[in-house]
Design a protein around this ligand. Sequence first.
Ligand code: HEC
Length: 167
Amino acid sequence: MPAECTVGESSVIMHGVYARAFYTSARCALLVVAATALADCSGGDPPYHPVATVDQVMDAIVIPSSQALFDAVVYENGVLVQSPKVDDDWFALQMHALAVAEAGNLLVMPPRAKDTGEWQTMSRALTDSAVKVAQAAEAKDIEGMLATGSEMYAACTSCHRKYLPTE
Ligand code: HEC
């Protein structure tokens, strides 16, 4: 892994009624992931090959895609100030939601899974809630984006409450 590839400090921005978003500035133009899983491949290798750590899955997929979703619809003092406008906007949101949904599958794969119990349930909750966001985007449903987005946000925080060392 190149030494110059560092990730900036993350902070939490709050705006709108529901939208409470994470922001992380990644300084790498290209995220290079370390192949850490090579060592423990014994017999019966699965066809997939996990390369990113949980932190890297967050930084590469979960954070940027969920950020786009949290930012998509914004109310300020009850006034809608930000919402998707054209078909391409909605399509991009649907794809971001599908990326978060699939990230839930990446989290349950060894060696990223932290246990075989709650971690799996919480990763699944991320996938299921993100699928609902994708459906809201497909339906171009502004209020649905807020409702499903806050459900997805709850999936983030419940996992962090249990598994994030600092929270
Ligand atoms: C199944 C558990 C789980 C879910 C769900 C989850 N996270 Fe995480 N997240 C973690 C863990 C564990 C870490 C800490 C990883 C580490 O430092 O090794 C983390 C770290 C982070 C960080 C700090 C990373 C950094 O580099 O500063 C952010 C921000 C973050 N997650 C955002 C999100 C968002 C947004 C969602 C929901 C859209 C989400 N996470 C869903 C487990 C989860």
